[in-house]
Design a protein around this ligand. Structure first.
Ligand SMILES: NC(=O)C1=CN([C@@H]2O[C@H](COP(=O)(O)OP(=O)(O)OC[C@H]3O[C@@H](n4cnc5c(N)ncnc54)[C@H](O)[C@@H]3O)[C@@H](O)[C@H]2O)C=CC1
Ligand SMILES: O=C1[C@@H](O)[C@H](O)[C@@H](O)[C@H](O)[C@H]1O
Length: 345
């Protein structure tokens, strides 16, 4: 019988999603050994290893992890600010890399990463835009491609978080939260963005400092004139709520929510609303990692969202921030041709 190949993974950043992916990679995805973890906060990664009953090398400095010969593949789940340096180091070490979204803080950093990846003449990196793997979005895309609702005319979206930490600011609402829709929509409808504008309506009383505008409204128009509206509200209080309606010439596609058991009790009928992304997109994360590992374990390039996708999203997000800081003015968008490396998925 042929010996099973085990892929040795190192994870940098053991916070909320790093812990979740650690669990996923050790308990859900087959043939993976998480050989190393790293967190800049002393003791944090080890505490999580202990909590999950795991053993792995625990590094404080990500350079040591990416250069460890016992690490074949690097997963970056550190904060947005650290993505650029960690991804660059992993690529320079010749490791296949998975980086959580956003790829980097801005388009300029994404271009540097692309230049580094191009040195290998093949894709080395995948970005954690997991919605491409969510069965419900995949089905919507398929139905749009098949012309089920005729030509799409509008997209109506909601991205609500129950709450975010005090330090969460407007730029994070864009590069960390709205970035999911920014990345997703052009893929869903096979169109490029022509412009974007972002403005803030009446603000919630739960905004306690001047650093964040919450809620905010993101409006995009595509080259063919499809209008997209995204309500971003990161302190909505009541739960994690993601909506996506695609309105076509002949019908509407509605993103389903995760089914929850309904309760009939005390003259009330109710269903729970999830409170964060973990359960809402659990199957998407699982499918995403299965696909990523399937490819890189064979020394094949990953085929999921690429550094170029990260760049397109970053160009759009940069323009969104400019618009928000400039009273919601419309920012025109144009994108260069994708380099050959990224042209075919
Ligand atoms: N795809 C998705 O749906 C989600 C993606 N994310 C992304 O994952 C990333 C992490 O988010 P969270 O887990 O919520 O944040 P977090 O703050 O809970 O965790 C980040 C961890 O990285 C560590 N860290 C920061 N800089 C580091 C460095 N230079 N070296 C080693 N460790 C470092 C921090 O100490 C912290 O433990 C963010 O980029 C976020 O956008 C987060 C949640 C969901
Ligand atoms: O990616 C995620 C988080 O980083 C972000 O902070 C949340 O707003 C998103 O809903 C979640 O999917």
């Amino acid at each position: 019988m042929a010996e099973t190949h085990v892929t040795k993974v190192g994870i940098v950043g053991i916070g909320f999603i790093g812990s979740d992916h650690l669990h996923r990679l050790t308990k859900t995805i087959a043939n993976v050994d998480v050989t190393a973890v790293c967190d800049i906060v002393p003791g944090k990664a080890q505490k999580e290893l202990d909590r999950q009953g795991l053993t792995a090398h625990d590094y404080l400095d990500y350079h040591d992890l990416v250069n460890d010969p016992d690490v074949d593949v690097v997963v970056c789940t550190a904060n947005n600010e650290a993505h650029y340096e960690i991804v660059m180091a992993a690529l320079k070490a010749g490791k296949f890399t998975f980086c959580e979204k956003p790829l980097a803080l801005d388009a300029k950093q994404c271009l540097d990463i692309i230049a580094e990846e191009k040195k290998y003449g093949k894709r080395m990196l995948q970005v954690g835009f997991m919605r491409h793997y969510a069965p419900e979005y995949v089905q919507m895309k398929q139905m749009i491609d098949e012309g089920k609702i005729g030509a799409p005319l509008m997209i109506d979206e909601r991205h609500y978080n129950q709450t975010q930490p005090e330090e969460y600011d407007s730029s994070r609402s864009i590069i960390e939260t709205a970035i999911h829709e920014i990345d997703l929509d052009h893929w869903l409808i096979n169109d490029d963005y022509a412009n974007i504008r972002v403005f803030s309506p009446k603000q919630t009383k739960y905004v306690q400092n001047a650093k964040i505008q919450d809620p905010m409204i993101v409006m995009m128009e595509t080259k063919t004139g499809i209008n997209i509206i995204i309500e971003v509200f990161v302190r909505c209080q009541y739960g994690y709520d993601i909506k996506c309606d695609v309105i076509g010439e002949e019908g509407v596609l509605e993103l389903p929510t995760v089914p929850q058991v309904a309760t009939r009790l005390n003259a009330e009928y109710s269903t729970a609303i999830l409170t964060d992304w973990k359960a809402r997109f659990e199957s998407a994360y699982d499918i995403e990692f299965r696909d990523f590992i399937d490819h890189v374990s064979q020394e094949e390039s990953p085929v999921g969202p690429s550094a170029w996708d990260g760049y397109i999203a970053a160009v759009t997000a940069d323009a969104a921030i400019t618009s928000l800081n400039d009273k919601g003015t419309t920012q025109d968008l144009s994108f260069p041709e994708a380099p050959a490396l990224y042209a075919e998925k």
